[in-house]
Design a protein around this ligand. Sequence first.
Ligand SMILES: Cc1cc2nc3c(=O)[nH]c(=O)nc-3n(C[C@H](O)[C@H](O)[C@H](O)COP(=O)(O)OP(=O)(O)OC[C@H]3O[C@@H](n4cnc5c(N)ncnc54)[C@H](O)[C@@H]3O)c2cc1C
Length: 373
Amino acid sequence: MKIKKIHIIGGGLAGLTAALHLLKSGFKVTVFEKNSYPKHKVCGEYISNEVLPYLKSLDVDPMRWGAVIIKKLQCSSINGNILEAELPLGGFGLSRYIFDLELYKAVLAEGGEILQEQVENIVFNGKSFKIETFSNKEFEAEIVMGAYGKRANLDVSLSRKFIRHKSPWMAVKSHYSGDFQADLVGLHNFKGGYCGISRVENNAINVCYLARLDSFQQYKDLDRYRKEVLRQNKYLDAFFEQAEPIFEKPLTISQISFDSKERVVNRVLMCGDSASLIHPLCGNGMAMAIVGARILSECVIFHLKHGTTRDQLEASYSREWAKQFRSRLEWGRGLQKVLTNPTAANIGIATMQHTPWLFQQLIKKTHGKPSAA
Ligand SMILES: Cc1cc2nc3c(=O)[nH]c(=O)nc-3n(C[C@H](O)[C@H](O)[C@H](O)COP(=O)(O)OP(=O)(O)OC[C@H]3O[C@@H](n4cnc5c(N)ncnc54)[C@H](O)[C@@H]3O)c2cc1C
């Protein structure tokens, strides 16, 4: 088999996992990442155990890096209704600061190349790709994976549909010290959004919330918003009363799009958030990035080993992706509508207090089944 160049744009969870998978299968890989490691990212940092068998097959063990085991979910509405249930699969808490850094080290140890470059443009000439970076360098490759996250300059240069629409969502994340049950992930509703709380390594507590921009814009100040909006939920109030921020200031992002996206654009194979972002309340985006990397790597390996056409590669990837993710994305959209509507959230949580099996079924609908490579 002639050695082909595989280039991956974006060195987050999707890009690094795909790189590791391909390297372990004997392929040469170059990852382009615009930032240096380590770096904090806006994320709830709760990861479903769905990914553990696959990570193990890549010799990745998050417990070695201090991941915290999480078994229960607690969900509250603004008026104080609360629901607690065992998570069917469970999960773990690990900061992106550590997770991405350790995967980066694993890719380097496996012989992968990681270039600190921001890709400006990707052009397909009918046979191969030309990758242009902001530092005026050019690279050529036969296979290109887009794993550059939720929203990037490349979405504009690739003329993707979702980038034309403004998104009403913003998110804020910070680490805290204080009291919070280690095996629990909290999901607390407030007017305009919801807030996730869970432990990560080193006794830190990650607090990450998603809010509608129009609800935040009336306050324009994170401290005031936390005090006057988030703390109206008594569980969030009790948490913030005793917790101390570890970060100097919170990280914020906006324009978070949950629109559906194309899996293949100009022959670039999209993976992770570049292929679609599930609503964060499902706590499944990272698992989707990791499982998506597995599916894409397997399709690329089959294509290279069996000499299938590019059309066949793209069709098999799109089919496998939809089989694995379409349904959980739809359930995520439905649940987001309920949880961001205070009346619906109150009624929903009150109802499920009496039907915990229903709550567990809903969690299952937004998650996949564990599987190895
Ligand atoms: C508020 C919020 C809370 C969340 N909470 C959770 C949770 O608790 N659990 C969960 O499972 N999921 C959660 N998610 C989802 C999760 O964060 C994402 O699904 C996950 O980060 C996707 O990984 P990725 O590799 O696709 O993207 P990323 O991790 O964003 O990686 C993309 C990488 O590409 C790089 N990049 C971008 N453009 C370029 C370029 N032009 N050239 C080179 N590099 C580039 C970026 O620097 C970045 O490192 C949450 C999301 C949000 C918004």
